[in-house]
Design a protein around this ligand. Structure first.
Ligand SMILES: [Zn+2]
Length: 541
């Protein structure tokens, strides 16, 4: 089957049936930068910067915001919470970093670019410690009040081992440059020094200093690009002051004594779509009835707070609409590194939404398999054919390294197939939409398992003839494709029984070989339909 016809089918199906989904899928990774600082001695300009962006381009900003929120809404509709992966089933042995393996759905490759002026003081063990802190924070990231334990966010960060040109490296690059003194928002000058494809790598820039005012040494810990869709393609990455890379207890005087490695946990939160919990202040929404999922930080489980609060002692309640204390222990708040220890389930739904839509290039199987990761891999993802023909082989693939010893596949309610290869190529003979259940056994009793709902669509690919198609352009002009050639037509050759295609509007239609109408699309939204549910446009030859 020609690949491009599959694409046609996808596009048209989305257009006709899944308008909302198409909007989401097309909301690909285009980013703008937002700014924040979580250094204890710094103030955060995130909220002010959002206001600045809105003032510069009010319509574009609001449209980007709506698209972002629409993605979140759609994700939550399709994926009911709670949003975490149970930690209780994780038994994998630690292979590196000392924090064990995350049971991860999303494996994210990271490149750390160290920019320095004089001599480089940032060590690889300091970077390793920082990633271990991020992995620990995401592994033990959501408090489950039902079980009184932390659950996993299902995200694992891993240093990439392959550069964009295919050569091996450590995951860290170093650059002696005057740009190591950075001014907030100026991510472009860092990207001009070095940037690996942001669709494939999380670019983390470690700099000597981040200055809120040029020439005045730093009171800023870090900042990150924010994944609003369709707003600006200029910026992508995370910037951190070297004094906040790693945990002081582990790396000592290389970092600020207050550093617990949480600045980058916070910045990754922004990078994955999170606001501060005081977004919208006390108007952030308290309950579902007043739209807590739509207002403020779009999370119902982070009580509104009036202002940023840097204390962790006896959390105040700065908003009168509830009796809950301010969420000062949240990673997206401004408590000290020692204080901040959790995200919430609703925050995770936003991060997973961003990972599924705006940042879905990072964890694709083809990307991860090219990265030659050496960190502890205990993750699962799926790629390959998601549309196939009856009676023809489809190819499914998952991560092909880590310590996977066997892979068990089940298509729909069919039999399970266990094999050593991460590539599975079944043949399905019946038209339908199928769940794919994949279980990876890592040995030692550790497994990960996930159902990819309706992942595989199998259709009847019996070809239709192009002579069964008609194009009608409206205003009495049209084309009919016949076995004797294309002829002018002044009417759509087929009208639906209720006459939905009118002679003054453009339309296309397709019939089967006996002339029965299978599909039509007319100019007005809503006047298009697939009349036969088993019909797919890419059947046409
Ligand atoms: Zn922030």
């Amino acid at each position: 089957m020609p690949q491009k016809l599959r694409v046609t089918k996808l596009a048209i199906n989305q257009d006709l049936i899944h308008m909302k989904r198409q909007t989401l899928v097309l909301s690909i990774a285009i980013f703008l930068i937002t700014f924040s600082s979580v250094a204890q001695n710094g103030s955060c300009a995130f909220d002010g910067y959002l206001e600045k962006l809105e003032a510069e381009d009010p319509d574009g900003f609001r449209a980007a915001q709506r698209a972002h929120h629409s993605n979140i809404d759609y994700y939550r509709e399709q994926n009911p919470g709670p949003y975490y992966v149970s930690n209780s089933s994780i038994t994998a042995t630690a292979l590196g970093g000392g924090n064990g393996c995350n049971k991860a759905t999303y494996l994210l490759p990271v490149v750390v670019h160290v920019l320095y002026q004089g001599s480089n003081s940032v060590t690889s063990s300091q970077v390793d410690n920082q990633l271990a802190t991020m992995n620990s924070a995401f592994k033990n990231g959501v408090w489950n009040s039902a079980t009184n334990q932390f659950e996993s966010i299902g995200v694992q960060f891993c240093l990439a081992q392959t550069q964009p040109d295919g050569t091996a490296f450590s995951g860290i690059t170093t650059h002696q440059t005057s740009k190591a003194i950075n001014t907030v928002y100026d991510l472009q000058s860092l990207m001009a020094v070095v940037s690996y494809d942001p669709a494939r790598y999380i670019n983390i820039y470690v700099v000597d200093d981040i200055q809120a005012t040029p020439g005045i040494s730093g009171n800023v810990g870090g900042y990150a690009s924010y994944p609003y869709p369709n707003f600006s393609a200029t910026y992508d990455g995370i910037v951190v002051d070297k004094n906040w890379v790693g945990d002081y207890v582990s790396v000592g005087s290389l970092v600020d004594p207050q550093s617990g490695g949480k600045v980058l946990v916070h910045e990754v939160g922004h990078y994955l779509g999170l606001y501060h919990p005081w977004q919208g202040g006390c108007n952030g929404g308290y309950t579902a009835a007043d739209g807590c999922d739509q207002k403020g930080d779009n999370c119902c489980d982070t009580p509104p707070m009036a202002v940023a609060n840097t204390t962790c002692q006896v959390p105040p309640n700065t908003c009168s609409g509830d009796t809950l204390p301010d969420p000062v222990e949240n990673h997206m708040a401004y408590g000290t590194d020692a204080c901040r220890d959790r995200f919430t389930s609703d925050q995770v739904s936003i991060m997973w939404s961003v990972l599924d839509y705006q940042r879905n290039g990072l964890w694709q199987v083809t990307n991860i398999n090219a990265m030659n990761l050496t960190c502890c891999v205990n993750a699962i993802a799926l790629s390959g054919d998601n549309i196939g023909c009856t009676g023809e082989q489809v190819s499914l693939e998952t991560y092909d390294y880590g310590s996977g010893t066997s892979y068990t596949w089940q298509i729909g309610t069919g039999p399970s197939q266990t094999q050593a290869s991460p590539i599975y190529q079944p043949t399905i003979n019946t038209v339908g939409e199928y769940d794919v259940l994949l279980t990876i056994d890592f040995g030692g009793g550790s497994t990960v398992s996930k159902t990819f709902t309706d992942y595989l669509e199998v259709v009847d690919c019996t070809p239709l003839l192009s002579t069964q198609a008609n194009w009608y352009f409206g205003k009495y002009a049209g084309l009919r494709f016949t076995t004797s050639g294309v002829i002018r037509d002044v009417e759509p050759s087929r009208l639906t029984s209720n006459g939905q295609i009118h002679t003054n509007e453009g339309s296309i239609s397709m019939s089967d070989s006996s002339g029965a109408l299978l599909f039509y699309a007319a100019a007005d939204t809503g006047k298009n339909s697939i009349l036969n549910p088993t019909f797919h446009l890419f059947n046409a030859t």
